[in-house]
Ligand binder design. Sequence first.
Ligand SMILES: [Zn+2]
Length: 326
Amino acid sequence: MSFPVHRPRRRRRTEPLRGLVRETRLTSSGLVYPMFAVPGTGVRREITSMPGIYQQSVDKLVEECREVAELGIPAVLLFGLPEHKDEVASEASSPDGAVQRAIQAIRKAKLKLIVITDVCLCEYTSHGHCGMIHDGEVLNDPSLTALADAALSHARAGADIVAPSDMMDGRVGAIRKRLDENGFQDLAILSYAAKYSSAFYGPFREAAQSTPQFGDRRSYQMDPANAREAFIEVGEDLAEGADIIMVKPALAYLDVIRRVRERFDVPVAAYNVSGEYAMVKAAATNGWIEEKRAVLEVITGIQRAGASIILTYHAKDIARWLKNGE
Ligand SMILES: [Zn+2]
């Protein structure tokens, strides 16, 4: 059938009609808001390259969590910065670390929030790599113990989901084993399964102060040119016990999100990363694009590609717009 019998424009005549036939509907229920916990009290420092996003001490972070919960955003993702960095990321598993204290504070405030914690070593190591170093090489197996230690410390503090982002081989299995041995069989793992070595992490490194002091992360994060390889990474993480898998970044990897969605029947998350956020913010600030429309289009695109969970720094704005029916 074709024109003039068929006229697709009939379905686009009015906003109610467009709403009726809309294939992808945004809600706040799949949003996750990433946050940065730092030591101290009364600290709230805006990250220059990420307007509206802050490094915060636990007291301030909990205040913002209250706002996040009131907006109907179901989950936060916590990153932490230590007092001191060292070669072996000692503070990553400290019960007094900023993340561990933030989890406890959110629990104590009885906020209706799923607390997801990023499990990695790069914020805590003096060299800024996600694993242990020997002779300039990032070691795989010795890093697993430290990662499992960190995950267990988050579990003990009261996290709902731990999210390893390091890309060491075998980390999900090591974490699952450690959690199970300590009575945390019900705590879920969201693995950064297909995490690419990306230029779009730039602003995050300012936020997490985690720039590698030598070399780069290409020996453990994935090559941006590879999509099929994502099946291997996702498959392994699922075999090791991941409950939810993630593709990161989102925008340059929509095909990976789609392919992973079609291949695996588990919830797929996508991380709309700092550089993607910064680009939209910078262009909007200059009046080059309309922020709200651009953000909603980006998030709709990520969901349409197949992600049902979206981690985004725009989460509060999106929830506000959806709440006000805008
Ligand atoms: Zn890392």
